[in-house]
Ligand binder design. Structure first.
Ligand SMILES: Cc1ncc(COP(=O)(O)O)c(C=O)c1O
Length: 396
């Protein structure tokens, strides 16, 4: 065969739902016209990059500096890493230096180099579910085994279940808060419960690392403050992306922040450098490292996302759906009114031309994900469809 068995399996894999629904959306748009399809399938922000970022890019290219497009050290420019470290020192009150920051090719690139650097074959990574499906691929890319643990109804941790899932092989727990697909953020109480458990394990001689996927860390609503993980636990890696907060997903820029409390961090930096090279990333994009350094305190208009959340949540409530109100990111994860959410989302698609993704694509059947990073008009125009289908299904 022209391709490997492993990749063949991924191609035929029934769970690549987000892309499948996106492709299906494209087909339906051709048939009915783009304006008559309400596509909530993909987390690709419709927001534009902030003006000041655009200006800085133009400025940078208009005043080229010698060598600005050359290779640099695998962990990125030192001055950029120092700018990020300064931001994180202020944010977390923890003594980050440039050496604790590693520039990456987005969050996806960051997670891959980190998992490659951490995992030996057969090591296990606990992932609270519902979860971002790519985590499975990232973990398995590097010989790891994903152990899914369902969260509670409110999408907070079920500590008993996490405790039961820990084995001698558990190396890390991979968190994502605000969460894709639920929009939930882990509360201080949830995080403290988890850390108490992990500290007990440390006391028994087992170090379990927290890897925090921070792709949505600035997209938080209602004035909620994310718990300060770096203050609460020593063994933390945070992987950040500027795909969402600066609306730069196509430019592939992010970073790994290593807790200064990890005493062997120098060894980890060497490992990340090797992983960066051997996976073929080499270094994060030069131009966008500069942008990342300058714009740590900038983000797209969070108020706009909050408005969209409120509008969509109101529509779902009016239509009779059950849904935990999300506190962050740009996803909602309502319960399907019938257990077979595939049947329900097919009806949504065929009868109302509304595209969403089935919950089984995120590890929980009976739910569906709505990505509301779309124009506000799309949400407004989808209202009638949600209400009509809600009447038919939720009132049965
Ligand atoms: C939870 C989560 N992590 C990582 C990524 C990938 O981020 P990046 O574009 O920075 O690689 C996404 C993208 O949607 C995501 O939802």
């Amino acid at each position: 065969m022209i391709i490997s068995d492993k990749i063949q399996k991924l191609i035929t894999n029934q769970e690549g739902w987000t892309r499948r629904m996106f492709e299906e959306g494209l087909r339906i748009k051709k048939q009915y016209g783009e304006e008559n399809v309400y596509d909530f399938s993909l987390g690709n922000p419709d927001t534009e990059t902030p003006d000041e970022v655009q200006k800085a890019l133009i400025e940078s290219l208009s005043n080229p500096v010698k060598g600005m497009h050359r290779y640099m050290s695998n962990n990125g420019y030192e001055d950029v890493r120092e700018e990020i470290a300064a931001y994180l020192r202020e944010l977390h009150g923890v003594p980050f230096t440039a050496n604790h920051i590693f520039m990456t090719v987005g969050c996806a690139g960051g997670l891959n180099i980190l998992l490659k650097s951490m995992l030996s074959r057969g090591d296990e990574v606990i992932v609270p579910s519902p979860f971002f499906w790519e985590f499975k691929n990232y973990i398995e890319n590097h010989g790891g085994i994903m152990r899914l643990v369902q969260t509670k109804k409110d999408f907070q941790f079920d500590i008993d279940k996490i405790e039961k899932a820990i084995t001698k092989k558990t190396k890390a727990i991979l968190l994502n808060s605000p969460n894709n697909p639920t929009g939930a953020v882990y509360t201080e109480e949830s995080i403290r419960g988890l850390i108490e458990l992990l500290n007990t394990k440390r006391g028994q001689g087992q170090d379990i690392y927290i890897i925090c996927d921070d792709a949505y860390k600035k997209l938080v609503y209602d004035g909620f403050r994310l718990p300060n993980l770096f203050q609460l636990y020593d063994l933390v890696y945070a992987v950040t992306s500027h795909s969402k907060d600066l609306a730069l997903p196509g430019e592939r820029i992010g970073y790994v922040a290593i807790s200064p409390n990890i005493t062997d961090y120098g060894l980890m930096v060497s490992a990340l450098m090797i992983s960066m090279r051997t996976l073929g990333f080499v270094n994060a994009p030069a131009l966008f490292q500069r942008i990342a350094g300058k714009f740590q305190k900038t983000s797209v208009d969070i108020g706009e996302y909050e408005k969209k959340r409120d509008l969509l949540y109101g529509i779902l409530m009016e239509a009779g759906f059950e849904c935990v109100k999300p506190k962050g990111a740009f996803y909602m994860f309502p319960k399907s009114p019938i257990y077979d959410e595939l049947e329900f989302i097919r009806a949504l698609q065929q009868e109302e031309r509304i595209m969403v993704v089935p919950g089984r694509g995120f590890g929980r059947k009976g739910y569906f994900r709505i990505a509301y990073c779309v124009a506000i008009e799309t949400i407004q125009k989808s209202r009638e469809g949600f209400i009509r289908i809600g009447k038919r299904y939720t009132k049965r």
